[in-house]
Structures are given as C-alpha cells and as structure tokens.
Design a protein around this ligand. Structure first.
Ligand SMILES: NC(=O)c1ccc[n+]([C@@H]2O[C@H](COP(=O)([O-])OP(=O)(O)OC[C@H]3O[C@@H](n4cnc5c(N)ncnc54)[C@H](O)[C@@H]3O)[C@@H](O)[C@H]2O)c1
Ligand SMILES: O=C(O)[C@@H](O)[C@@H](O)[C@H](O)[C@H](O)CO
Length: 273
C-alpha cells in the first residue's frame, strides 16, 4: 500500500464556505496544491480576489463565487456553478462562521443587555449557515450516494467560554448537528456519506482579534489566559488543521463518521490545575 493514497485528494472537488477567511484559505491553498478542485464561497469579494490571484499563480484549479451561506438561493446557484465547472462535488467544508463584538459581554455590556439581533446574527452565521449549506450540498450527496461534509466547531462547544454565550451555543449546535446529520445520512440515503467536524483551539484571526489582541498588537488578559491554558503554549495556525482535514477526507477513513476532532494543543484536555 502506498502511504500517499491515504491523503489523496487529487481531482476531488472541494467546496469551502468562508473559504477566503484565514483558516479556510489555507485549506484552499493546501488542498488545491495537492490537486483538488477548489470552490471558494465567501461574502468578501476583496478577500476572494486576493486568494484567487494566489491560487492562479500556483496553477490551482479553482473558482470563487460570492455566496452568502444564509441565502439558500445563492447556495443552490453555487452548487449549479460548481457542477458546471467541475462536473461533480465530493466534499463540503462548512467554514463560514465566527463571533461578533456585539454579541460579547464586556465591562461595558452586561449579559442582560446583549441585543437580540446580535445574538441572532452569530447563531445564524455559525449554525444556520452550516445547516443550509448542508441541505443544499447534502441533497446532492444523497442523490449521488456519496460525499462528505466537514464542519468547523470550536473549543466553546465542549465547554462554553466566558463572554461569548451566542458563539458558544452556536458552535455547540454545530457539533450536535454534525452527529445528527451523520446518522441521518447513513440511515436514509447512503452508508458512503460521512459528516464530521474539527474543533480548532485558538488561532489569531479576524473574527477574534478584538478579544485576543490590544490595539498595539500585544495580547489581552484573555489572550494570555488562553496560552496559559494551552499546554503547548502557543496559538494554533491554519496549517495545524490540514492533516486532520486530509485524514477526514481520505477514503481510508471511511469508517470515521459523526466525530468532532479537537485540534487545540491540549487545551480541552487541561483542567487548569
Ligand atoms: N480563529 C479561531 O480561533 C477559531 C477557532 C475555532 C473555530 N473557528 C472557526 O473557524 C472558521 C473560520 O474562521 P476564521 O477564524 O478563519 O475567521 P475569518 O473571519 O478569517 O473567516 C471567516 C470567513 O467567513 C466569511 N463569511 C462571513 N459571513 C459569511 C456568510 N454569511 N457567507 C459566506 N461567507 C461568510 C468571511 O468573509 C471570512 O472570509 C469559523 O467557523 C470560525 O468560527 C475559528
Ligand atoms: O477568545 C475567544 O473567545 C475566541 O478566540 C474563540 O472563541 C475562538 O474563536 C475559538 O472559537 C475557540 O475555539
């Protein structure tokens, strides 16, 4: 057996929502450089333009489609575009997600004051965005009889983190939905459909900058606390996620279904004592 077969993504078509973000653009680059067809669905045209230029320079086969994961019509259009371009879809990575300052408690904003629309915004982006994309691409996988969905959960799904009740609850819902959909797809459609998730530890990205860094770039008290509670004493990098993504995509992991894999430098294992 050739070990490279374990990580073969050549000619697989991989759709990545939030694909122009910090974590998921690295998936686009690496999976693309290994021969996958990359489909980036994101809201940010400027980030997609920048990424597309980079992918083109590396001769990575890709398309970028401005798509809001909260608009089912746009997702359906993206599915059609993808099939038109690459003939098939193999993997959906539900990467669009993140927290929002308005749904975060602080010294200036108590839990009792968190606005309903901010809580709804966070819940929609993380949970509903994953749910709707899974409906649209999951239906295609059900018709095809095979396919894979990889969701992005978070440390806050295992135990809620202080200050971010909406983001914590939404990611808990993503983990729960990962298990639900894995079972549902096998029971009702095909034993060759798998749904798993990764739960990254803490990476410095756009959506959590306001929590982890001060204006001068130094770490906040929260940022330092995270490092103290991460046995490896560092933040994660987008590259840290890649080997797990490759493993989950691999046909060699065909019996792995409905799991949430922590990639966190030991954060979730540490009691703090
Ligand atoms: N950074 C971390 O520490 C961390 C840890 C655990 C999980 N995550 C999760 O990883 C994923 C990627 O986040 P990131 O940290 O790279 O953040 P990011 O802000 O760099 O990327 C998020 C991307 O999603 C896109 N997006 C936002 N709303 C969208 C919508 N409605 N439709 C389509 N695209 C939309 C944004 O334009 C952006 O490109 C998210 O699900 C996040 O919750 C992040
Ligand atoms: O400090 C925070 O709350 C954030 O950095 C985390 O919520 C982060 O975005 C991850 O989701 C934690 O896994």
């Amino acid at each position: 057996m050739n070990i490279s077969d374990f990580f073969d993504v050549k000619d697989k078509t991989i759709v990545i929502t939030g694909g122009a973000g910090i974590i998921c653009s690295e998936m686009a680059r690496t999976l693309g450089s290994l021969g996958a067809n990359i489909v980036v669905l994101d809201l940010s045209e400027s980030a997609m333009e920048k990424l597309s230029k980079e992918l083109s320079e590396k001769n990575i086969k890709h398309i970028v489609l401005k798509t809001n994961v909260l608009e089912k019509e746009q997702l359906l259009k993206a599915k059609e575009e993808t099939i038109l371009n690459f003939g098939k879809i193999d993997v959906l990575i539900n990467g669009a997600g993140g927290n929002h300052p308005s749904a975060t408690t602080s010294q200036d904003k108590s839990f009792f004051e968190l606005p309903q629309d901010a809580v709804q915004w966070v819940f929609n982006l993380n949970f509903l965005g994953t749910f709707l994309a899974s409906q649209v691409f999951g239906e295609y996988f059900a018709e095809k009889g095979e396919g894979q969905i990889i969701n992005i959960s978070s440390m806050n799904a295992f135990r809620p983190l202080t200050n971010i009740p909406a983001y914590s609850a939404a990611k808990a819902a993503v983990s729960n939905f990962t298990q639900w959909l894995a079972v549902h797809m096998n029971h009702n459609y095909s034993k060759k459909i798998r749904v798993n998730a990764v739960a990254p530890g803490f990476l410095l990205t756009n959506q959590n900058k306001f929590l982890l860094t001060n204006d001068d770039g130094s770490l906040t008290t929260r940022g330092n606390k995270i490092l103290e509670h991460t046995p490896m004493e560092r933040f994660g990098t987008p590259q840290d996620l890649i080997s797990t993504i490759l493993w989950l995509i691999s046909e060699k992991s065909s019996f792995v279904n409905g799991i949430v894999v922590p990639i966190d430098g030991g954060f979730s294992a540490y009691s703090g004592v």
